[in-house]
Every structure is written in C-alpha cells, then in structure tokens.
Design a protein around this ligand. Structure first.
Ligand code: AMP
Length: 448
C-alpha cells in the first residue's frame, strides 16, 4: 500500500514525498483512512512509529473544507505532554501543510514568551499545538476560543496523565464542541488512559499496531556494569570515542547531574550540551538546533526534557544513570533507531542495580546483553547470571532488594552519587563493547 491509496489530497502527498517518505508506516496505513472517515480513534503507538503524520495529515486535510463557523479560534487542537514534543508537532504541521494554502499554526508552550503567543492568538489560526498548562492560562485569560475545534488530538496521552495533567486536559476538552473528532495516541490504552479515552471519545475505533517489541528490536540493548562513578565516567568516555557513534543522548538522573556530566565531557574535548527543565525555552531550542545541525555530538539530558526528541543522527543512547522506571527506559531508547535506522542503547549500571535490569527485561520482553569493554572491566564481575532458565528466583540475592537501588542519585555517598568528582574520563583508545557478551534468555522465557 502506498500513500496515494490512503485518500490523501495531492498537496499532502507532495509534502509526504518531499519529506522523503516512500511507504506509509503501519500506524499510518491504519489510522489515516480511519481518521479521514471522521471517526474517533484510540491508537496505541510508540514514538518512532510515524504517529505524528498519522494524525497530522488527516487533520490538515480537514482544513481543505471551509469552516462551518466563523471566528479566529483553531480548527485543529493538539495537546502534548512536553514543550519539545509540541514544537516538533507544530513543525510537522508546517512541513506537511506546505503543499496546501497557507496553514496558520501556533505552539502554545510553557517557558516561552506570553507576548509572542498573545500576538499569534490575535490572528486567525488553523492549528494550535499546546502543552496543557499554558493552554489553560490562555483559556483563563479569555485569549483563546476553542469553540471552532473540529479535530482534537491527544498525543502521548499516557505521559500527560503521568505528568498530572488529567484535570487540565478535561477542562480543555470541555471547552471544545461535542461534535469534534477526537484522536488519542498513547503507548498504552489500558488503565487510567483507557478511562480517560472512554470519557472523551464516542464509538472510537481502536488501532493497535506498532508493538513496543517491534520498535525496540531496532535498538541493540546493552548493559555495562560499573564499580563507581569514576568507572562510569571512564566507560562513558570510551563509548563516546567509538567511531560508530554519530550522535548520542546521555541520560542523567537530575538536572544538576546533566550539567555536571556535560561540563566534564566538554573538558574532555567532546562537543556536549546539557538539556533539562531549568533551561529557558530559547536555550533549549538553541541546544536542539545544535543537535539537529550536527554541531552538538553529545546531548546530556533528563527524562522529561528529552521526550519527543527526533533526530535521525542519534546512533546511541547512553543511560549514565539508569532509569527509575522501565517505562522511562523505553522512552529513552526510543531517541535512537529513528526513521527506520538502527541504534544502540547502553545502560551503565551499578552492581546494586541488577534488579532494575530485570525490571526492564520483564517490561520490554527483550534481553539486555551484559558486556564489558576491554581494559575497563568491572572489579566485581557480573558473573552470576540474573537468572537461570527454569529456576525461578535464582540470582535474586537478598542484598539486591529494591531498597538498595531505589534511591540511586545524588548524595548516596557510595561512590555512585554525582559529587564534584571529576577526572577519570581521560583519553582512552576507542573501546567497543566487545567479545565478552554474555547472552541471556529473554525475560519472558523465564519460568515464574
Ligand atoms: P514519529 O513517530 O511521528 O515521532 O515519527 C518518527 C520518525 O519517522 C520521524 O523522523 C518522521 O519524520 C519519520 N517518518 C514518519 N513517517 C514516515 C514514513 N512513512 N516513512 C519514513 N519515515 C517516516
């Protein structure tokens, strides 16, 4: 099936081909014709599946019909959990809308100037992409009229709920007409997301295409055990000197850690930059531009700040601090393996964090490969496998209970915290995780 079989307008087809897309992705094949028919949609999809085009192309097609109502308010409203994602979706609206008559869009996100947003809201708009908090501000000040909304899209709805936006989302939706078409995209459609979906949609068609497994299969997933912070820094240094690494996102647990690691990398001669929630929107935009244009090779980011980053050159994700939740792990590794490419995700783990590796494997259903870098092997060999097939509980040693690992981060005083520790990141030959891989069976194979 090609894009021209989906029922899209010629102007949109030319934008799709200008973007270099030859075939629709599975989520696009299913969601675009359904969305064009006007029904509500509940779509489970992951970042990297092509979901943005899956909702934006049919939403833009709607703009080709004259509006039934007069006014300045937007006809298409997209809500996203983060500013970065909102800016990317807004850019997608402009890119895909290029072949149509002028599409007027605005991104209403926190951390940006109100003045510019108010100016945008004084003019007629077709598409608004917003984070819930800032949109609520504009609604409360009476600056935006949502009575013309024909298409409402909730992007990464699970994340919006995780971030505590449920009341804001419901308030916003209550300002839109009941006749609207609603499309909800989320990694999961179960639990609280399912409840929200039932409240906000009518006779929705459910589409579940891109499984997390397919998405993650494009990403090679590796664990390197580290003895302490200095060892971690050396491993990071070696990984960044790997010639196969084009660009990389390094994940840190806290904003301060992101700053410190970035500084340390710059001192070691890498073109690195931090990205976290304490930076002004202008700084964040400049940083992302540097990454997109290839001037920045290593981005050191926190979880929330990195959400939605879509840069095809990111060949590696390195979890300097392992993610707190398995779900965050999936979002992190989704920054690589974009646009049909493959990627590598390396998680640096303290010995006390073994249980986290198991949590991740259980969540993704995919094995993490334990490797070592020649010359930088951990002192404590990760010899004992986390489990032996058919022997439930084997390897779950009492010393590795959740309480030991749960509070990994600054100030632990066990050598893993982000103190002012410097150095240890001295030049070293190119190191690749190599021959000492210990293959392990997938978590789902484990008898429990
Ligand atoms: P998304 O899941 O919307 O974040 O999209 C992930 C990436 O896939 C983005 O870089 C898109 O530009 C790209 N993309 C979207 N649709 C296609 C397609 N049909 N063919 C190739 N790349 C695509």
């Amino acid at each position: 099936m090609s894009f021209s079989d989906l029922g899209l307008d010629a102007g949109l087809l030319s934008a799709v081909s200008a973007a270099g897309y030859t075939d629709p992705t599975p989520v696009q094949r299913e969601a675009i014709p359904a969305a064009l028919s006007g029904v509500d949609l509940l779509v489970s999809s992951h970042t990297g599946s092509g979901k943005t085009a899956a909702f934006m192309l049919p939403a833009l097609q709607r703009l080709l019909q004259p509006s039934a109502t007069r006014g300045r308010g937007p006809r298409v409203l997209v809500l996203t959990p983060t500013r970065e994602l909102a800016l990317q979706v807004n850019k997608a609206a402009l890119d895909y809308g290029r072949g149509l008559r002028q599409v007027r869009t605005a991104a209403l996100v926190g951390g940006s100037s109100y003045a510019l947003q108010l100016r945008a809201l004084e003019r007629p708009l077709d598409v608004v992409v917003a984070t819930p908090g800032r949109l609520i501000d504009h609604i409360e000040r009476g600056r935006i009229d949502l009575s013309r909304v024909e298409v409402l899209i909730l992007d990464e709805a699970d994340r919006m709920l995780d971030m505590g936006f449920v009341d804001d989302v419901e308030t916003i939706v209550s300002r839109t007409p009941a006749t609207r078409q609603t499309m909800l995209f989320s990694a999961t459609l179960e639990g609280v997301v399912g409840d929200l979906a039932r409240r906000l949609t009518r006779d929705a068609r459910r589409i579940e295409v891109a499984t997390s497994g397919e998405q993650q299969a494009k990403v090679e997933q590796i664990v390197l055990y580290a003895d302490d912070l200095a060892h971690k820094s050396k491993l990071l240094d070696a990984l960044l000197r790997d010639p196969s690494m084009t660009q990389c996102v390094v994940f840190a647990a806290t904003k301060m850690a992101a700053e410190q690691i970035s500084l340390q990398l710059e001192e070691s001669g890498f073109s690195a930059a931090p990205l976290h929630g304490d930076m002004h929107q202008g700084q964040r935009n400049r940083t992302l531009r540097g990454l997109r244009e290839g001037r920045t090779r290593v981005l050191v980011a926190t979880d929330v700040a990195a959400r939605g980053i879509d840069v095809a050159g990111i060949s590696h994700v390195i979890n300097f601090d392992s993610p707190r939740q398995a779900e965050d792990y999936v979002h992190r590794i989704g920054r690589t393996g974009r646009a049909g490419r493959t990627g590598t995700a390396v998680t640096l783990m303290g010995h006390h964090e073994r249980h986290r590796a198991r949590d991740i494997e259980r969540y993704t259903g995919q094995p993490l490969r334990i490797e070592t870098i020649a010359g930088l092997e951990p002192r404590r060999r990760p010899a004992k496998p986390a489990w032996v097939p058919g022997k439930p509980g084997h390897g779950a040693r009492p010393g590795y209970s959740a309480k030991h690992g749960a509070d990994h981060g600054a100030g632990r005083g066990d050598g893993y915290g982000h103190g002012p520790a410097r150095g240890g990141a001295g030049p070293r030959g190119p190191g690749r995780p190599g021959a000492s891989a210990q293959g392990r069976p997938p978590a789902h194979a484990r008898a429990r």
